[in-house]
Write a protein that binds this ligand. Structure first.
Ligand code: SAM
Length: 270
């Protein structure tokens, strides 16, 4: 949690180290130093590639919500905290080996800058982290926001993770070149749960994972496509029968595809 670092000295922190991303329909115009919307859910992303933001977060419902001030997005440019005249952010791994590691002093300064005003949970996107799931997303969306650290190279110096008690979150069992895509995935999933972002709240309620089940199959017009019909029950007008069919399909799919979810679900709600 950012609160952890309040009141500490901030060696190396520079006031120009943070780029604010706020409302605009043109993504490259979103990098401004305009003040954020006070009190709104806030995501701050520490990254070597601030230009990767807002990326997909500037599109569709989440982008519209950003433009309307329902949430704030700030990219903290790690390079601006770099050491020396070359603003170096990485160094060779202690003990030898391939690749480079993000320096603890540089990342520490960026974290303190990102945390200077508000207490937010600190998250490092990392393949070693706990797998992202809907319960975690819900927890983050119910808080004030988060500071996300996008790694690059071989990742962060372990001392930074330990010092700040940073939670590690993984997108899955695969390795990407950087944490920016993972950060955008987590932010997108959290923001769409904020009140007012998805117009029809009911469309969130029945979704996969929201009730411990995968979602039932979806259909829409035309009624027949390449010889395949929409199941009769969905066009019957019988709402109870539709609800029953959807429940059965959600249970069937979960049982077949996700025995882990099914065990948790059927143990809790036999
Ligand atoms: C090349 S990876 C570093 C991998 C690290 N050396 C390891 O083996 O665990 C660089 C950065 O990409 C991000 N990253 C890669 N895969 C990820 C995943 N599955 N989930 C979240 N972040 C990931 C992390 O921020 C990581 O620090």
């Amino acid at each position: 949690m950012c609160l952890y670092v309040h009141g500490m000295s901030m060696p190396g922190a520079r006031s120009h180290g943070q780029l604010s991303i706020s409302a605009s329909s043109a993504p490259r115009d979103l990098l401004t130093d305009r003040p954020s919307h006070a009190g709104a859910w806030t995501a701050k992303v520490i990254t070597l590639f601030p230009e990767a933001f807002p990326g997909v977060l500037g599109l569709s419902l989440v982008g519209k919500a950003l433009a309307e001030g329902l949430w704030n997005l700030e990219a903290v440019d790690l390079r601006l905290f770099g050491a020396g005249k070359h603003r170096s952010v990485d160094d060779t791994p202690s003990g030898g080996g391939a690749g480079m590691v993000l320096r603890a002093d540089v990342m520490g300064s960026a974290i303190r800058q990102a945390c200077r005003e508000v207490a937010l949970p600190l998250v490092y996107l990392s393949p070693r982290g706990r797998h992202l799931d809907q319960a975690m997303v819900q927890r983050f969306s119910e808080g004030p926001g988060m500071v996300l650290i996008s790694g690059r190279f071989e990742g962060l110096d372990q001392r930074v993770i330990d010092r700040f008690g940073i939670e590690e979150v993984s997108l899955g069992d695969f390795v990407m070149t950087g944490g920016e895509i993972a950060a955008q995935a987590l932010i997108d999933a959290a923001v769409r749960l904020l009140p007012g972002v998805v117009g029809n709240a009911a469309s969130i309620e029945g979704e996969s994972f929201s009730n411990g089940l995968l979602e039932y199959p979806q259909y829409t017009r035309p009624a027949t496509w390449e010889g395949r019909d929409i199941p009769d029950v969905l066009t019957s007008g019988d709402h109870q029968a539709v609800a029953k069919w959807r429940r059965q399909e959600a249970e069937r799919l979960t049982r077949e595809r996700r025995p882990d979810l099914w065990r948790a679900y059927s143990g809790k709600d036999p």
